[in-house]
Design a protein around this ligand. Structure first.
Ligand SMILES: Nc1ncnc2c1ncn2[C@@H]1O[C@H](COP(=O)(O)OP(=O)(O)OP(=O)(O)O)[C@@H](O)[C@H]1O
Ligand SMILES: Cc1ncc(C[n+]2csc(CCO)c2C)c(N)n1
Length: 258
């Protein structure tokens, strides 16, 4: 079975990027309608494509200037111009839509589809871009956690729906990604910015057998299911965590305050 190497180098300050011997990835950033993480400018600079999910554009417009209090808000808004705004467009304010449209941002009104979330619509757009086809794509999602639980679960469902795309849900406090059972996984821990608290959670179906190394409470051919054992409040011990499982798992790890 093939191995996937994971490494949160996108959280490292630019001079060290890319740090270890992890894969060379092409990052796309999606901003959601939630308070933006403090490290959003870092993600922005590391991304090749920047997309706002509907009301995520309000967050960019309102909150990015607050991260640069010594600079003029207009200058910051012009510097942080999204490539695309996509969604059902019921949350973006008219002035924000007009501002970014005037700057040349592409807008896609997908209000006809009331069965998928704005994040789903944005990831589908990124997946279907022709010139990203052969690239090693990784979608970073800012503002995905905290707030309404139905939205959080909807965001996790996007990980499962697009299970062959690397997608990482981020907040100021933690990240979540899917570890598909189709591969073995090696997670290179960036201990300056993440850890030590972590979790491994079966998603969709129980896991009959999960085996890990590098954790304080390693699993050895262990069963995990809701209503039984799941691995929360675990702690990263080594620089590398390995995971192999017979079913898909969520990996979550805490993000350190700057
Ligand atoms: N409280 C939240 N917690 C987590 N994610 C959120 C939250 N609010 C919004 N999002 C994410 O941001 C995206 C865009 O948000 P927006 O408010 O524009 O969506 P919406 O379709 O108007 O939501 P709804 O109609 O359900 O309130 C959502 O698809 C979701 O992924
Ligand atoms: C069974 C079922 N439950 C909820 C919705 C509502 N819904 C799900 S995603 C979405 C778009 C949000 O931007 C909306 C309105 C539905 N369609 N089907």
């Amino acid at each position: 079975m093939d191995l996937i190497v994971h490494s949160s180098t996108f959280l490292l300050p630019q001079p060290q990027f890319p740090a270890d011997n992890g894969p060379s990835l092409l990052y796309a950033l999606v901003l959601l309608n939630q308070p933006l993480p403090k490290f959003t400018p870092l993600l922005w600079n590391n991304a090749r494509l920047r997309v706002c999910a509907d009301g995520g554009a309000n967050r960019l417009f309102d909150e990015l200037p607050q991260l640069f209090p010594d600079e003029q808000a207009l200058a910051i808004r012009k510097r942080y111009k999204p490539d695309v705004i996509k969604g059902d467009m019921d949350s973006i304010r008219a002035e924000v839509l007009e501002f970014y449209t005037d700057l040349g941002t592409k807008t896609i009104d997908a209000s006809h589809d009331q069965d998928t979330t704005d994040l789903h619509k944005c990831v589908a757009y990124i997946r279907d871009l022709p010139n990203l086809e052969n690239q090693n794509l990784c979608v970073l999602v800012a503002g995905a956690l905290g707030g309404r639980f139905d939205h959080e679960v909807g965001n996790i469902n996007v990980l499962c729906f697009f299970s062959t795309i690397r997608i990482i849900l981020l907040s100021d406090d933690c990240l979540i990604q899917l570890l598909p059972s189709s591969h073995h996984h090696e997670i290179h821990i960036q201990s300056s910015v993440e850890g030590p608290h972590c979790g491994l959670i079966p998603i969709g179906i129980p896991s009959k057998s999960t085996t890990t190394t590098g954790l304080q409470w390693d699993l050895t051919d262990t069963e995990m299911r809701f209503g039984g054992l799941i691995s929360t409040s675990n702690i990263v011990k080594g620089e590398i965590v390995t995971v192999r499982s017979d079913s898909d798992l969520l990996w979550t790890i805490s993000i350190k305050k700057a």
